[in-house]
Design a protein. Structure first.
Length: 678
């Protein structure tokens, strides 16, 4: 209990609020039932000092003992325990789960291990649990620093002082330790928190058999079964991150800079608290902090301090795990470094396997040996530096940043080059196989990350095709996805140093992307800017005509049929490349079909069919386009058997080329045609 001025005590305002809300009461309800003023209820719930008598009235209304509503300061052996973290936010579901596991476990098994990466807030959750449920542990709450065997033994022995055991001053440490363990074995009403335990072997000797109290462990290692019930602690949910920053910085409303900061810090509680502390202590803004983080992250982190009660900053919290990983397995350490230059989520194991020839010899040998690769993944998982789920690896973006910052300049460039070579050797550029489209979407974040780091670290990228292929994948696969437009524009900016033709290709793909998102005016503006450049036709050659064709398609989508027809006719008659001529002729056939000029449409689609077969030796999924359109022509002119035959032929070709999305469109046409015949 914390005494304040004479006759008053400090109430646990959060506990009062939770008890009130559990009963479904408002503050006015509690005021009436306790016989106090509403202002008094508000003050108590804010943790302001209250008289014993006042708190007793509120406790009586809530049906608890007044002692249960006092701020309890349990012993933290080995260090001073600060008052409750007033900025603690969220984690309600997690706290209830911990409580449930501890109270429903069978006798002798009341041990819970909070597991997760460094900085995720395991210690804060354990701390909050000790405060919130302090009345359940009237005999002892012991906080033990378990990260080091010497401090753990010292903290455990010091419990004898808090318990006033006869052996507390014994010169033989073993006797003191045994006395504490025996007391724990014979008494109830206690909680031990083993903070930052390396593994279960480090703490198992300190927990007595036939457990009469509860033990809560925090650890980075996930493998605690069957010794303890392991509960994973993840980063904040986004709403928790926002609530935390708003509470810490005392700001209200929606601030885009706050949301962006949460995103860039990966919702990691430690990083958020460091950032909030810096903003508050320097009087700067969240927007200004963001600018510093983006431009001078390493310098900024060097200036920031650990939160009160936690020994590490973002830069140091993973250093021990990284060093232990390096000592245990250089292969696992190499894998961690390489992953730092890729996207942070869902790195496919297959990426390393298919790009193995680009890897250094030690890592390549491990990739080719399945068991060695399994071991490397397991080590990263056990040290909470990465997660392996469904054959994909995920590394928190701030872990990646710390890993990159730990490298010397030449090492950074070397690993960046390896990542870029690996991804570019696997990334599919312009495949017409729909299965490869999905593959490119899976690899897209890693290709983009590798390219971005190459630019940042001054690594030469010879392959313009890699960038163009990456751009194509974004335009084709990321329609409607969050951040896709920004990614397109960023890569277009990256392409500014390339030759004019490569830039032109990227601009056409950007227009296609906007067209797919129904931003057709933007798409048309991009193409007009390109096509109206001086001497554009000579400078860009076939890219110019590709852009002209796309302009016709976009005009058609805007129902500007006459303008579209004029542009497409120009492409058909003037373009030197047959692929562009045929594509334009197909769209002219669509215009004829829309106008009801079925003879012209039939002739145009048959001409396209003939020329596509010549171009690709009959092996292209685009043949399905012509058969489908011919089926539509015959359906409109009453040639039922011909229509059904054309639709079925289109479906067969699309199936053959795994063009499943188009199969569904043709099947829809076929079903509509069959319904109309009934």
């Amino acid at each position: 209990m914390k005494e304040t001025r004479k006759g008053t005590v400090t109430p646990d305002g959060e506990k009062v609020r939770l008890l009130r809300e559990e009963k479904g009461w408002t503050q006015r309800d509690l005021k009436e039932k306790a016989g106090v003023s509403k202002r008094t209820v508000e003050n108590v719930e804010h943790g302001r000092p209250a008289f014993h008598k006042t708190l007793a009235l509120i406790a009586g209304a809530l049906g608890v003992d007044a002692q249960a509503l006092l701020v309890m300061v349990p012993s933290r052996i080995g260090g001073d325990l600060s008052l409750r973290n007033q900025n603690f936010t969220g984690r309600e579901e997690l706290l209830h789960k911990v409580r449930g596991e501890l109270t429903t476990a069978k006798k002798g098994a009341s041990i819970v291990a909070l597991c997760g990466m460094g900085g995720v807030g395991k210690t804060a959750v354990a701390f909050e649990y000790a405060y919130r449920y302090a009345e359940w542990y009237p005999r002892l709450i012991g906080w033990l620093r378990a990260g080091n065997p010497h401090t753990l033994a010292a903290d455990y022995a010091a419990l004898s002082q808090a318990l006033n055991l006869p052996e507390k001053n014994d010169r033989e440490p073993r006797i003191t330790l045994q006395a504490v363990k025996q007391w724990l074995q014979q008494n109830t009403g206690w909680l031990l928190v083993f903070d930052d335990a390396p593994d279960k072997d480090s703490v198992c000797d300190y927990i007595p058999r036939g457990l009469m109290g509860h033990a809560l462990v925090t650890s980075r290692r996930p493998d605690w079964n069957p010794f303890a019930k392991a509960i994973p602690v993840e980063v904040f949910k986004r709403d928790e991150s926002l609530s935390f920053l708003r509470k810490y910085l005392e700001i209200a409303g929606d601030d885009q800079a706050v949301t962006t900061l949460c995103e860039e810090l990966g919702d990691l509680p430690l990083a958020l608290e460091q950032a909030a502390a810096y903003v508050k202590s320097t009087g700067t803004t969240v927007g200004r902090y963001l600018c510093l983080f983006r431009s001078r992250r390493h310098d900024l982190w060097e200036k920031e301090h650990p939160p009160h009660g936690y020994p590490h900053t973002v830069t140091t919290t993973w250093s021990l795990s990284m060093e232990r990983t390096r000592q245990e397995s250089l292969t696992a350490f190499d894998l961690l470094i390489l992953s730092a230059f890729l996207g942070s989520k869902d790195i496919p194991r297959e990426l390393f396997e298919r790009g193995a020839e680009c890897l250094p010899s030690r890592l390549r040998a491990a990739v080719q040996d399945g068991l060695a690769m399994d071991e490397a993944f397991s080590i990263l998982h056990n040290y909470a530096l990465a997660k392996m789920v469904n054959e994909t690896l995920s590394v928190h973006p701030l872990v990646q940043a710390v890993v990159r910052d730990s490298l010397k300049s030449d090492q950074k460039r070397r690993w960046c080059q390896i990542a870029l070579d690996m991804v570019s050797s696997v990334f599919p550029f312009k495949s017409e196989d729909e299965r490869t489209w999905m593959e490119s979407l899976r690899l897209l974040p890693h290709a983009s990350a590798a390219l971005r780091h190459a630019e940042d670290d001054g690594v030469a990228t010879d392959s313009d095709g890699f960038r163009i292929g990456l751009f194509e994948a974004i335009a084709r696969d990321m329609q409607g996805q969050s951040g896709a437009t920004e990614m397109c524009e960023k890569i277009l900016e990256d392409l500014s140093l390339l030759d004019a033709k490569s830039q032109a290709i990227a601009r056409v793909w950007l227009a296609i992307f906007h067209d797919h998102q129904h931003n057709r005016r933007t798409a048309l503006r991009i193409l007009n800017d390109l096509l109206n450049e001086d001497d554009a036709q000579r400078r860009y050659n076939e890219v110019f005509w590709w852009g002209m064709y796309q302009k016709g398609v976009i005009l058609l989508g805007m129902s500007l049929t006459e303008q579209a027809e004029e542009v497409l006719t120009t492409v058909y008659k003037t373009a030197r490349w047959q692929a562009h001529q045929v594509a334009a002729l197909h769209q002219l056939g669509v215009i004829s079909l829309t106008r009801g000029d079925y003879n012209s449409a039939e002739n145009r689609f048959y001409e396209c069919l003939r020329r596509r077969e010549e171009l690709a030796d009959g092996k292209t999924y685009r043949l399905a386009y012509e058969y489908r359109r011919l089926g539509q022509v015959y359906a409109q002119t009453g040639r039922r058997e011909d229509a059904q035959r054309m639709f079925e032929q289109a479906i067969a070709i699309a199936h053959e080329h795994n063009f499943q999305r188009y199969v569904r469109e043709i099947q829809h046409d076929l079903l509509a045609f069959i319904d109309n015949q009934r």
